[in-house]
Write a protein that binds this ligand. Structure first.
Ligand SMILES: C[S@@+](CC[C@H](N)C(=O)[O-])C[C@H]1O[C@@H](n2cnc3c(N)ncnc32)[C@H](O)[C@@H]1O
Length: 267
């Protein structure tokens, strides 16, 4: 890893440590993005039957790790932020017997591969690949960590539609013959070029965090180069499940997906 990537990775970790308590309070067991869009899609793609061993990479406060555990999976939940892991453990009742937490840097190849060769039936990374300064080391480690036919399910903010600073949401009031109609639109004006920017995951969080925009081809080609192929994909929509407000936000878009969820398998 270059010095620059290593420095960025430390900044990412320090920011998530600083934001961990705020994140935990507000995320709790999942916000509407998770409950309506991400969790159902990830669960469909994972198809947990019970008894599988699953690695959760960048688990945050462990909300999705607990969901997988409730379905009978044996889960190792990991995150680079020790504060996130402390909060995740504190939030997890003792009744979750097959759920363990560990501080682990997904950009550290040797820590990843030390977890065990062909150990996991599946790995998952919920809304975190864009938080990582580099995803190549993690993706290259997947064929080592996963059993043959093992799957990797991930969700990300949709790179084509939901990737500031290359997009803007606009609200307009169109008045015609005395009737006013409110419309919402997206303007996309940058996409293909990788970009690092600072953003907020939760309104009001103590520190801005780094976000790493990558185009779809940039992401999927890393998987393909490591022998993983795409065999499931979802672009979930709110579809009116949340009452739209006057504020411009994703709830107002009926047919544009804010997140992308995909399943990769080792061919
Ligand atoms: C947006 S949060 C998502 C947390 C959780 N997966 C969820 O959806 O609730 C991003 C998480 O990625 C973690 N993260 C960032 N870089 C990481 C790395 N190199 N290795 C492991 N975790 C990392 C952060 O600490 C943070 O918990």
């Amino acid at each position: 890893m270059t010095d620059e990537l290593s420095k960025l990775n430390c900044e990412v970790r320090d920011t998530w440590n600083a934001n961990a308590d705020y994140w935990d309070e507000r995320m709790a067991e999942g916000n509407s993005f998770h409950e309506i869009l991400i969790k159902p899609a990830q669960l469909r793609l994972l198809g947990i039957e019970g008894g599988e061993e699953i690695l959760d990479i960048a688990c945050g406060n462990g909300q999705f790790s607990r969901t997988m555990s409730e379905l009978g999976a044996k889960v190792l939940a990991t995150d680079v932020s020790n504060k996130m892991i402390i909060n995740a453990k504190a939030r997890t009742p003792e009744s979750y017997k097959d759920l363990d937490f560990q501080v682990l840097d997904a950009m550290d190849r040797s820590s990843l591969t030390r977890l065990g060769k062909a150990r996991f039936d599946a790995a998952v990374c919920t809304m975190a690949l864009f938080d990582m300064a580099d995803i190549t080391l993690l993706i290259e480690a997947l064929p080592v960590l996963l059993k043959p036919k093992g799957k990797f399910v991930f969700s990300i903010i949709h790179p084509a539609f939901n990737s500031p600073p290359g997009m803007k949401m606009t609200q307009s009031n169109l008045t015609s013959r005395g009737r006013t109609e409110r419309t919402y639109s997206l303007s996309i004006y940058r996409y293909r070029t990788p970009e690092k920017y600072k953003s907020v995951a939760m309104e009001g969080q103590p520190e801005l965090q780094h976000v790493f925009h990558r185009s779809l081809s940039d992401i999927f080609n890393i998987f393909f180069d490591s022998g993983l192929v795409l065999d499931g994909i979802e672009e979930p929509l709110f579809e009116g499940k949340v009452e739209p407000t006057d504020a411009v936000g994703w709830f107002n878009f009926e047919d544009i997906p804010p997140v992308l969820v995909a399943r990769m398998v080792y061919r």
